[in-house]
Design a protein around this ligand. Structure first.
Ligand code: URA
Length: 180
């Protein structure tokens, strides 16, 4: 925390159905105190639109709450220091889906060494959460061959949310019919 300008705790809807978890704040995030506000964040906003979502619908956080100096890889003691905050965030928001953005957050949340390329695009279950890993938006900006896959993952998120919503509506309609 010693070199940070701001804590980047997390932002969004406390009743979000979907929570996004990235790695750590970058330069812009550190200066503004909000996750995903730089180039990766702008692309994340576009990806959210593919899933029919806006930033107001979702909750966005990172594993680390402070920017590592020069964006170096998070250290084990930093991860350990930030984990209680992330745990409380996931418990409090209690989302239907957690979308892990990139290798680091995916490995951390799923507690696996398997790489993102093999894990992405599928639903994984960990504890009470359904987890959808996808590439980090910054990775897709840097390597445009990942764009098709990352956008497909956001199509999947839309499909899941629409299907769940349709199922809930059908359940409500059934209940109403039973009362008629
Ligand atoms: N990359 C991340 O993983 N998190 C941010 O908040 C910004 C960029």
């Amino acid at each position: 925390y010693q070199s940070r300008h701001n804590i980047v705790f997390g932002v969004g809807n406390p009743r979000a159905r979907v929570m996004f978890i990235g790695e750590a704040p970058g330069r812009n995030e550190d200066l503004q105190g909000e996750p995903f506000v730089g180039a990766a964040g702008k692309y994340l906003n576009e990806l959210l639109a593919i899933a029919g979502l806006s930033r107001e619908d979702v909750y966005i956080a990172n594993v680390l709450k402070c920017r590592p100096p020069s964006n170096r890889d998070p250290r084990p003691e930093e991860i350990q220091a930030c984990t209680p905050f992330l745990r409380e965030q996931t418990r409090t928001i209690n989302p239907e889906y957690i979308v892990t953005l990139g290798n680091f957050s995916t490995k951390f949340i799923l507690q696996t060494n398997t790489g993102i390329t093999r894990l992405r695009g599928k639903i994984h279950v960990t504890g009470p959460f359904r987890v959808i890993p996808t590439f980090h938006p910054a990775a897709a900006i840097y390597d445009r061959s990942k764009i098709g896959a990352i956008e497909q993952d956001f199509d999947l998120i839309k499909l899941l949310l629409d299907t769940d919503a349709a199922r809930e509506k059908a359940g409500r309609d059934d209940e109403e019919a039973n009362h008629d």
